[in-house]
Design a binder for this molecule. Structure first.
Ligand SMILES: Nc1ncnc2c1ncn2[C@@H]1O[C@H](COP(=O)(O)OP(=O)(O)OP(=O)(O)O)[C@@H](O)[C@H]1O
Ligand SMILES: [Mg+2]
Length: 328
């Protein structure tokens, strides 16, 4: 068995208790297609971190390696409340690793799978935080390229006005862009294609606006309970991103004001030039469109009748909204 196999083995329990580059592995948090993330102890600073070990094959891919070094440096240079701080990125025994802040809570993928679509007020709060992180990254010249619910971490917020604190993670760590431009070999994991922008698919140069598209797909899913395009196979899905109009959000979510539909149509435009110039512009438009909430007369399932303030039932505490779940 080679050393790298022992570091990145299929059996995570083998690594528990082991020391890697100054970190003692404590517990597996989760795994994606190209990495395993552990809760670990930084032995130098005596603190808990999340340690991400990337699949060894990625260390052998020169394109990925270059991007890994460049983007983890760039991401580490951004000091933003909604971007997971990176403590260290390096290589040990042929395995690339990243040590970052351990975020207690859940990721948005897990949350949506568990809770389904979120109330629109919650969705907007979450969206605004992610948007501020993406716009900050773009101002640093960094394009995320892999905005998706699994890369959005949701932890407990500071108070009832900020019930959740959301972090964006995994800058430039996508294999998707490599594979879509022909770098990976057949059979390798590509990842979800639910959030991929048309220009990423066709191999055109990508800029911040590809993240506007991916982000809009995520916000659509947070509200609708499913991403804008659902197809039986990957080719059909790629085709849909490039040529099909997304179904109006209000088809799945009739309680949202119909003014939200053209906002999504613009954010999900096929040509980057036709989209919102920034993620916060998109969120501002969505907030304005949904202001006052509720469907147009005659639309939607529930009709909200206004009551005088004293007779209005007390709203449930914000924590009653299904937004924060502890990691199991
Ligand atoms: N800093 C962190 N703190 C706590 N948990 C984290 C942290 N970073 C990632 N995770 C968790 O680790 C798990 C695996 O993350 P990973 O990035 O490897 O996979 P993914 O993003 O779901 O999929 P993909 O391989 O397509 O990127 C996720 O469930 C995520 O919630
Ligand atoms: Mg990830």
């Amino acid at each position: 068995m080679s050393r790298e196999t022992s570091l990145f083995s299929g059996r995570p329990s083998e690594l528990i208790g082991q020391q890697i580059a100054g970190y003692r592995i404590e517990q597996e948090i989760g795994r994606g297609g190209m990495a395993v993330v552990y809760r670990a102890r930084d032995l130098r600073l005596e603190r808990t971190v999340a340690l991400k070990l990337l699949a060894p094959e990625l260390a052998r891919n020169d394109t990925f390696r270059r991007r890994f070094t460049h983007e983890s440096r760039a991401a580490a240079a951004i000091d933003h409340p909604h971007i997971v701080p990176i403590f260290e990125a390096g290589e040990t025994d042929g395995v690339l690793y990243i040590a970052m802040r351990f975020v207690a809570g859940s990721d948005l993928r897990h949350l949506l799978d568990r809770e389904g679509p979120l109330p629109s007020a919650t969705a907007l709060r979450v969206a605004a935080q992610v948007a501020s992180a993406l716009d900050a990254a773009h101002e640093h010249g960094l394009v995320h390229r892999d905005v998706k619910p699994g890369n959005i971490l949701v932890s407990r917020g500071t108070d009832s006005d900020h019930p959740e604190h959301v972090y964006l993670t995994d800058f430039g760590l996508t294999k998707k862009s490599l594979s879509l431009t022909g770098f990976t070999t057949v059979g390798q994991f590509v990842g979800t294609l639910d959030y991929v922008a048309p220009e990423q698919i066709s191999g055109r140069p990508v800029d911040a606006r590809c993240d506007v598209y991916g982000f809009a797909c995520v916000v659509y899913e947070v509200l609708a309970g499913h991403p804008p395009f659902r197809r039986d196979d990957d080719m059909a899905l790629l085709w849909a991103h490039q040529y099909d109009d997304p179904p109006p959000l209000t088809e799945s979510r009739p309680d949202v004001a119909p003014q939200a539909d053209p906002v999504f149509a613009k954010a999900l435009a096929k040509s980057p030039d036709d989209r919102y110039p920034s993620c916060l512009d998109f969120v501002a438009a969505l907030r304005a469109a949904t202001k006052g909430g509720g469907p147009a007369p005659g639309r939607g399932a529930t009709r909200v009748t206004r009551q005088p303030p004293e007779r209005r039932p007390k709203p449930p505490p914000r924590w009653a909204e299904p937004v924060f779940v502890e990691r199991e």
